[in-house]
Design a protein around this ligand. Sequence first.
Ligand code: NAG
Ligand code: NAG
Ligand code: NAG
Ligand code: NAG
Length: 455
Amino acid sequence: MGLCKERHGPILMPIGCYTCWIVLGLFWRALACPDPCTCDPTRISCLKAPGIRAFPVLKNISHAANITEIYIANQRLFASISEDDVLIYTGLRKLTVVDSGLKVVSRQAFRNNLNLTYIDLHKNKLSTLSRKLFCHLSLTHLTLGNNPFQCSCDIMWIKVLIEKSIIDKDNMICINGYYKRIPLNNMHIPNCVVPKVNTSVEELTVLAGTSSIVYCEATGLPEPNVSWDISQIKSNTSLQTVKHGAYLTLKNVTSLDNTKTLVCLAENVVGEEKVFVELNVHFPPKITLLDYPILDHFWSIPFSVRGNPVPKLRWFYDGYVLNDRDLTKIHWSNNILSEQYGSLQLHSSIYLNNGNYTLQAQNEYGKDERTIKAKFPENPGDGNIIHPYDGKGYYDSESTPTSIGGDSTVTATGVSNGGNEDSITIYVVVGIAALVFTGMVITLIILKFGRHSKF
Ligand SMILES: *[C@@H]1O[C@H](CO)[C@@H](O)[C@H](O)[C@H]1NC(C)=O
Ligand SMILES: *[C@@H]1O[C@H](CO)[C@@H](O)[C@H](O)[C@H]1NC(C)=O
Ligand SMILES: *[C@@H]1O[C@H](CO)[C@@H](O)[C@H](O)[C@H]1NC(C)=O
Ligand SMILES: *[C@@H]1O[C@H](CO)[C@@H](O)[C@H](O)[C@H]1NC(C)=O
């Protein structure tokens, strides 16, 4: 049940929470199961008169964590659930307090009960109830009927949920200024409007290393609080709140923030609304890996490159442009890192040349290049994979030599170097190691950033 909009980021516990456990612990009465109640390992029920005056508290905290259901009924003297009463029941899923004297539920009462999905508080003495109580919970059931709510903006959120058919309207009434009971559906309160929020842009495109400002504006009554959730952002930020909104400045934006999301939240007693702004951080290419040739079904030179927009890739062999575009294969892209993983494929039909292989990556913001000195075995043994020299180089010797790393000297047509069995073994081992390492890095990246994929 979406009582509030879905929540992003961890739920923050007040710092004092853990100390109050300890302090509370000292004051708890030494009761295993509070007197008129019955307890079993997962359930506490309090049904008998004369009844409890306070929320049933178990002495043993580890036992309390196993409780999944608390059922309280016919307890006339039971009037309030305080901020810390329910704290220890971390495994609580169902809470029922019915036909009782409950008047007050502290707005923080359920902050530690993240498993709570079912709440039934019907037929009590509640005159108001904070929306904040339930915001962080994923409720499937909430019953609040037959309570003497005061008609006011503080309970307008309940009417909003009734209108969205999230809460059942039966027996939902409020008592107006003339002490008349009216259906909550008919409650009209002036200056009580759920927030609407809007940002200056839906997507923020910014060049890494520069700064940018995004504005979030909100309407609503009472005047909503406007905030920016920047928990995903690594760049430096500063926030300036103004009358109806908030400016967020991103400073010296880092490329790591590409594809991250900024969230603007506007909130008042009636409700909340969020708007998402996606970051598109442009940055010049960076070759993050260029490794020695590895032999799988054929030889290939693995590489990875980052850049946004996606950089254009070119290969050079000893200064000559390698024209065959099909040689470059992108195996996998990581949008979060704006990184592409691929290889230069040296097909079996193509003669393998020892020499310098240079990868150049370029986009509108700059270029990066890296060179690797490749040495192939002269007689690889499995001749069905690598063909002997047939006199044709696979680079285009017609193309203009390109200046690479300040050295434009064109070397002679590649000729296979002398190799031996040992060097084959070494290359294969190094190749396999490189492949395994690349796999591990990719897995780590997936593990680390995969969690954010819900955005
Ligand atoms: C709580 O539950 C766990 C297993 O779910 C069990 O090992 C433990 O004994 C229970 N504790 C109590 C006090 O019942
Ligand atoms: C949000 O901003 C856009 C552009 O500034 C504007 O056209 C639109 O009406 C605004 N919407 C709201 C709900 O304020
Ligand atoms: C901007 O951030 C980069 C690292 O992301 C850092 O090296 C550089 O010094 C920063 N520049 C300024 C002006 O803070
Ligand atoms: C708005 O912010 C003020 C001050 O931080 C706070 O007291 C108030 O409870 C907030 N209102 C809402 C609806 O969160």
